[in-house]
Write a protein of this length. Structure first.
Length: 364
């Protein structure tokens, strides 16, 4: 006797609650080939579960054996019996750059249902292998966290300013228990002022205010509010000595955060060298690597031969947090900041710059 898959879903819905340490995914995609569906966490190559699909139907119950204190981002891909990989995205109610927005992610809500057809699409600027296809699934039905995610614009946290701050604030009022909002505020915490972060945190409600991320961000922001009491640590230079980050003989300092493994960081170095030749008498140049491997950093420093101060700080070290606070360090590199002798960040930017862009950065 066949049992309707949505009758099973109804029974599960009655028995599950938001505190369950499992995520159940029920699907009926009528044009999905037979094969294996994979569940991944955060990034596509971090697969955590799988299930066989037959005639488009599948049922996956992923148990979080170590518990799940905070929801996580999940995604799906599928490999058919003929070896074709299909990478999924799903329609949302939000926008990206004023256009429709499909998300590759959903949250680890207790129950996720996907019913309908998949649609293939060709990316504009990328040529894919015949064995790789990008597909948009039907609308996902899930819980609160996924619903909040799908109602927040994909570019909400780009180019943060007063207007975007007000939009973020209004979104927290609409979704006061949204972990996506909390995670993104934490990721971009130095792009908001300490007072703005304090206000944003005050609007969250529900179980989220007891979470580790919420409390960690609150503690970090409290230190930002007491910025004038933070002591700037000495850092290790490429000769093995602990030195001060800034030389007070200069009135301005160009501080570049980079890493040996960061392609855009390495590509920016020739332009930095040209700018250094023009401005090194008036502006101090300092590069701070966030490499965790000292040897890789040393090799990169030798190869790039940058004629200015070279320092390193591990993101997991005790020295990193005071530097992150005082220099308003972004979570992305290359990050460039122009600093005065009072440790005031005059301006900052993320992403590699050309020689002209660096010149304009110093002039404006």
């Amino acid at each position: 006797m066949k049992i309707n898959i949505y009758f099973i879903f109804f029974l599960l819905l009655l028995s599950c609650n938001k505190n369950d340490d499992k995520t159940i995914i029920i699907g009926d995609l009528t044009n999905l080939p037979d094969g294996v569906l994979y569940l991944y966490e955060d990034v596509y190559n971090n697969r955590i579960d799988s299930v066989i699909t037959k005639k488009g139907k599948f049922f996956m119950k992923h148990t979080w054996f170590d518990g799940l204190d905070e929801p996580v981002y999940l995604g799906l891909d599928h490999i058919s019996k003929t070896g074709v990989l299909r990478a999924f995205s799903f329609p949302t109610n939000s926008k990206f750059k004023d256009d429709g927005y499909n998300s590759t992610y959903f949250f680890s809500d207790s129950i996720v249902t996907i019913k309908g057809k998949i649609t293939e699409f060709e990316p504009v600027s990328v040529k894919l292998s015949e064995k790789v296809k990008l597909v948009v699934g039907p609308k996902i039905f899930a819980g609160y966290q996924t619903n909040a995610l799908y109602n927040l614009d994909g570019d909400l946290f780009e180019n943060i300013n007063k207007t975007s701050y007000n939009i973020v604030l209004s979104k927290i009022i609409e979704f006061p228990n949204s972990y996506h909002l909390l995670f993104q505020i934490n990721n971009n915490r130095n792009s908001f002022t300490p007072l703005q972060v304090k206000k944003l945190l005050s609007v969250f409600k529900g179980e989220i205010i007891k979470s580790e991320t919420f409390n960690t961000l609150s503690d970090y922001n409290a230190k930002r509010l007491e910025n004038n009491k933070i002591a700037i640590p000495l850092l290790l230079d490429n000769s093995g000595k602990k030195v001060a980050i800034l030389n007070p003989e200069y009135k301005k300092h160009l501080v570049v955060f980079w890493a040996s493994w960061c392609g855009p960081c390495r590509q920016e170095i020739p332009a930095l060298k040209e700018i250094y030749k023009k401005h090194n008498k008036d502006i101090e140049f300092v590069s701070i690597s966030t490499d965790t491997n000292n040897s890789s950093w040393q090799k990169a420093v030798v190869k790039e031969n940058m004629p200015w101060k070279q320092l390193i700080v591990n993101e997991n070290s005790k020295e990193y947090e005071p530097i992150e606070i005082c220099f308003q360090v972004s979570n992305s590199i290359p990050y460039v900041a122009l600093i005065d002798n009072n440790m005031k960040v005059l301006k900052s930017t993320v992403g590699s710059m050309t020689e002209k862009e660096l010149e304009d950065f110093l002039k404006d």
